[in-house]
Design a protein around this ligand. Structure first.
Ligand code: SF4
Length: 471
């Protein structure tokens, strides 16, 4: 549920002292409850029930499909994604065969007139697949689902520049993708070497230019700050080069070094990582350069040009927070395909088996591979709506929750409101009898404010260790 109130100030202000003080471990809130709360044993029967009953909603939500292509030819050392490292491209064929089985099983659960407005191929490396394989995949999806033909549909693909040539980019546009996201991370050769991801700058820029000429409506570039050997000078050069290429959107992630959770990160020389102060400097540099170049701060890790629909949605108050970060348009029911993929149908989250073996076994048996999930309770629904408003519109309007959920906000959230008092004193939020609004400084620390309303963090005080820091 997305509740809306009039738009508020969307400027951003970098305050290093406050960021130091509120640099906590916390979720990115691409969902609430977060995936950490999914329970094992949530099964395909429960999922099928949620999917079928979503068809009976007065106005069934359009569909969003996420397909996880897990293969990568080599490990990037910073990576925390669920992926399979292999150079054996024959593995893709076996995986696709299972994906097609899963598409058929899932499609049987949804009314055919529910149009697919959003489609996202993520990974791993979707471009591990050849153009012919991608064409076949799109054909299968089109056979079982009603893919929207509306030019405003949102069909996106993540591209690893190392795996494609300019012709591939043009080919992706002809397959129907209208949004493209390039994983760049850093253009500096020493940084690339240190994270085992070497991609020549000229090639990357060539691909961005080709995407522009091929008619993609929106081009995104992913960068990471906090990687080994990064300095203000080197990362400044990367930013300037990318800004000159003018992608419509930029996602600038904070590298979270958690080698106890992600084995590949043990390859990173810790003594080459920028320390907390240096990272703060990199963040300040990023915000300064991007805003000076005309990019708007959308929220969390995301920036966009004013001409991009994300910026428009920010100002109109129609932004959505989802597993891909931020999105525009109506809230969809999300159907996940592939190992580890997450779905969200009505009030129900589900997640597929995380290992390729287990995922494959389920599909070979003719069953969906759903292994974990969660059905939201009334409190989850209320807090999810509130966190959507906070992370997308930068405010919490008390009356909306009183009307829609029949609560007295002041009573229901008495503890949370008390916890906001020091944040208000520090200038992160402005409180009034009607609600609370993030200040330009507080917009950068929205995760810290959101954590106040996370009931699960309060119950499990040890949980934050599994999450990255706020900045
Ligand atoms: S960062 Fe992307 S390409 Fe690199 S290992 Fe992770 S999923 Fe694969």
């Amino acid at each position: 549920m997305q509740l809306r109130a009039p738009a508020v100030d969307t400027s951003v202000h970098f305050d290093p002292d406050l960021i130091r003080r509120y640099d906590l471990h916390g979720p990115r809130y691409t969902s609430y409850p977060t995936a950490a709360q999914f329970r094992d044993g949530f099964d395909p029967m429960e999922y099928a029930q949620a999917a079928r009953s979503s068809n009976d909603d007065p106005i069934p939500a359009p569909l969003s499909l996420y397909l996880h292509i897990p293969f990568c030819e080599s490990p990037c050392y910073y990576c925390g994604c669920t992926r399979v490292i292999t150079r054996n491209h024959a593995k893709a064929q076996a995986y696709l065969a299972r994906l097609y089985r899963e598409i058929e099983l899932q499609a049987a659960l949804f009314d055919r007139d529910r149009s697919v407005r959003q489609l996202h191929l993520g990974g791993g490396t979707p471009t591990f697949l050849t153009l012919d394989e991608l064409q076949e995949l799109m054909d299968v999806l089109g056979r079982f689902f009603t893919l929207s033909r509306n030019p405003r549909r949102d069909f996106s693909i993540e591209v690893d520049p190392r795996t494609v040539q300019p012709e591939t980019i043009a080919g992706l546009a002809t397959l129907g993708f209208n949004r493209i996201s390039f994983g760049i991370q850093d253009l500096n050769p020493d940084v690339q070497q240190a994270v085992n991801r070497i991609q020549p700058q000229a090639h990357t820029l060539d691909l961005i230019a080709t995407a522009r000429h091929s008619g993609f409506a929106s081009i995104n570039a992913d960068l990471i700050y906090g990687l080994p050997y990064q300095t203000l000078h080197t990362f400044g050069e990367t930013l300037e080069t990318i800004i000159a290429a003018r992608p419509d959107r930029l996602a600038i992630y904070n590298y979270a070094h958690m080698p106890q959770l992600f084995k590949a990160q043990r390859q990173i020389a810790e003594d080459r990582l920028p320390d907390a102060e240096a990272k703060l400097g990199l963040l300040g540099l990023t915000i300064g350069k991007l805003t000076a170049a005309g990019y708007e701060y959308i929220g969390m890790d995301h920036f966009a040009l004013p001409t991009d629909p994300l910026a428009d949605a920010l100002h109109r108050g129609t932004l959505q927070r989802n597993f891909q970060g931020y999105a525009t348009g109506a809230e969809c029911d999300l159907v996940g395909f592939g190992m580890s993929a997450i779905g969200f149908i009505r009030d129900t989250y589900s997640q597929n088996a995380k290992s390729l073996r287990e995922y494959s076994e389920c599909l070979d048996d003719g069953r969906l591979a759903i292994r974990r999930g969660l059905e939201m309770n009334a409190d989850d629904r209320l807090r999810r709506a509130l966190l959507q408003q906070l992370t997308c519109q930068g405010q919490i309007t008390f009356s909306l929750y009183e009307q829609h959920f029949g609560i007295s906000f002041q009573e229901y959230f008495a503890t949370e409101l008390r916890a906001l008092t020091p944040m208000a004193a520090d200038g992160l939020v402005k409180m009034s009898a009607a609600g609370c609004v993030l200040t330009p400084t507080g917009r950068l620390l929205v995760r810290a404010v959101a954590m106040v309303f996370d009931a699960y963090l309060r119950r499990h005080t040890s949980a934050p260790a599994r999450f990255s820091k706020v900045i």
